[in-house]
Design a protein around this ligand. Sequence first.
Ligand code: GUN
Length: 295
Amino acid sequence: MSAGNLIDGRAIAEQLHAETAARIAALKSRGIQPGLAFVRVGDDPASKVYVGMKEKTAARLGLASTTTVLPVTTTQAELLALLAQLNANASVHGILVQAPLPAHIDEAVIFAAVAPTKDVDGFHPLNVGKLMLGDPTGFVPCTPAGVHELLIRSGVKTEGTEVVILGRGNIVGKPMAAILVQKAKHANATVTVVHSRSRDVAAHCRRADILIAAMGVAEFVKAEMVKPGAVVMDVGVNRVPDATSKTGTKLVGDVDFARVQPIAGKITPNPGGVGPMTVAMLMSNTTRAAELATR
Ligand code: GUN
């Protein structure tokens, strides 16, 4: 496999980490210790892994983090009470409630209860609204912000291009569309959001100059759905059976990487593409929350 067209998310995330670490050092030189509070409810194995990775990176960059793990039986009222405490705690600059939450808890209610100034996930309605309006004072969700940063730092021009996004979720698809459709530098794209009720998904995909796969279906994007030379960004994380692995499973993206990579202009590997950037954007957002809170 030629590595010539790979977008190295790990390397680009490290660039961003270096910039964030310098900002954290500047805060510390003013006596400010930036702090991030993680909240996890239940024992979803993927969420454990994600929060674990974010904790480790926070520690490496010099962010103080705390993690509250609540039982799956936690009520919505109990979670809201914890958020009220964290909102009031001046040493906490960022709050992240890992999704998905148990079915008896309304995620929208929880995300709206995080103080917008501490909402480093960018899920609060105020920050969602600011993103739609192109108001840069809000926080942008980490995964689509990470995809955007990868495009920028890989020299991919978006102006006037056809961008097709697969998936319309609140965490990736919708905010991704909002970012790239803005009348702004590094945006100005013609954006199509394709989803489970779309007609002729493959035809939409084949028009894409930039194809962003974020619908959570293992290896859905096949070579014949990709225009030769297109930029392919794979956001998917899907666990599938794998008889050759010790655990009996492996992680694959939403793109059939082996077949798409040879025809793509640029492509993110998976793992090692978008994932590290999600973490990098979280660290950057948290540092910014601390900067804004202590101006
Ligand atoms: N679950 C999947 N992605 C995310 C994310 O970016 N933030 C949170 N809080 N939960 C998630």
